[in-house]
Design a protein around this ligand. Structure first.
Ligand SMILES: [Zn+2]
Ligand SMILES: [Zn+2]
Length: 266
């Protein structure tokens, strides 16, 4: 029996931390750092799951010993040292509330989880479970959401436009699929449907995109997929009840069409 590799241990540790099993996460990551003391990822992840500030400090110092320019570890260590200093201040001047903002170290979404991480945009403390890793550092879910909102430029009217375009087009497409391909031999209906459905749905997605002047909206794909499903279901049911092969083509359009518009209109 061979030991799991260090990258595996780190990955398992991270997964354990994500699901809140901090004890397990800690055990796995400590094993990883023992097995390979020069693994930066292992130390960095361990820093996120150990409880005390002193332990976090040790982890960050280990990373910096291996890579003195590691920006995440530097920021982490600076924060921990700031907090340790604040603790000293607090104990030496008990009752003084000036250390309030620096002393906070609990995740703003999980008030019982202590954390050394902060959102690098708004500065709110976030636990490893809430932190999202972005190319520019750890961010809190609020900041991620806010940036997504900037990314989405469409308004509610766009959903109406999308529905007004995609529903009739989907009706026509579903009818053609059901009645034209339905008359073919099973195998041909399957084969042709398989190739044409994504193209037809892709066309519908492009018309919608043109209709909303290329503005992006969070639920645009889901609205169009919903219209496509609503328009196709009656044909699917009709051909299922009425016999014949139309249901194969309608079914293919339903499934491949939905996945296509969802992928195209992100
Ligand atoms: Zn934030
Ligand atoms: Zn949290």
């Amino acid at each position: 029996m061979s030991d799991p590799s260090v990258p595996d241990l780190v990955e398992q540790g991270r997964t354990a931390a994500r699901v809140g099993d901090i004890e397990d996460a800690r055990r796995l990551l400590e094993q990883a750092t023992r097995q390979m003391p020069d693994n930066i990822e292992a130390w960095l992840t361990l820093a996120g799951v150990v409880e005390s500030l002193a332990e976090k400090q040790t982890c960050f110092k280990q990373v910096l010993a291996l890579d003195p320019n590691h920006s995440e570890a530097r920021a982490g260590l600076a924060l921990i040292e700031q907090k340790l200093a604040a603790q000293v201040l607090e104990t030496s001047s008990a009752g003084d509330s000036s250390g309030q903002d620096t002393g906070l170290a609990f995740c703003y979404r999980h008030p019982d989880v202590e954390t050394g991480l902060r959102c690098n945009r708004c500065g709110k403390p976030i636990c490893p479970r809430c932190a999202r890793r972005t190319p520019v550092g750890f961010r809190c879910p609020d900041c991620i959401r806010e940036q997504e909102n900037k990314f989405y430029t469409g308004g509610n009217l766009d959903y109406l436009i999308a529905a007004a375009i995609s529903f009739p087009l989907s009706l026509i497409a579903a009818a053609l699929f059901t009645f034209l391909l339905g008359g073919l031999w099973f195998f041909w209906a399957l084969l042709i449907g398989f190739f044409i459905a994504p193209a037809v749905a892709g066309f519908i997605a492009e018309v919608v995109r043109w209709g909303v002047r290329k503005r992006r909206s969070r639920y645009l794909g889901r609205v169009v997929a919903g219209c496509l499903i609503l328009a196709t279901l009656p044909f699917l049911l009709f051909s299922l009840l009425g016999g014949g092969g139309g249901w194969i083509a309608a079914g293919i359009f339903l499934v491949l069409g939905t996945t296509t518009v969802l992928a195209r209109l992100r």
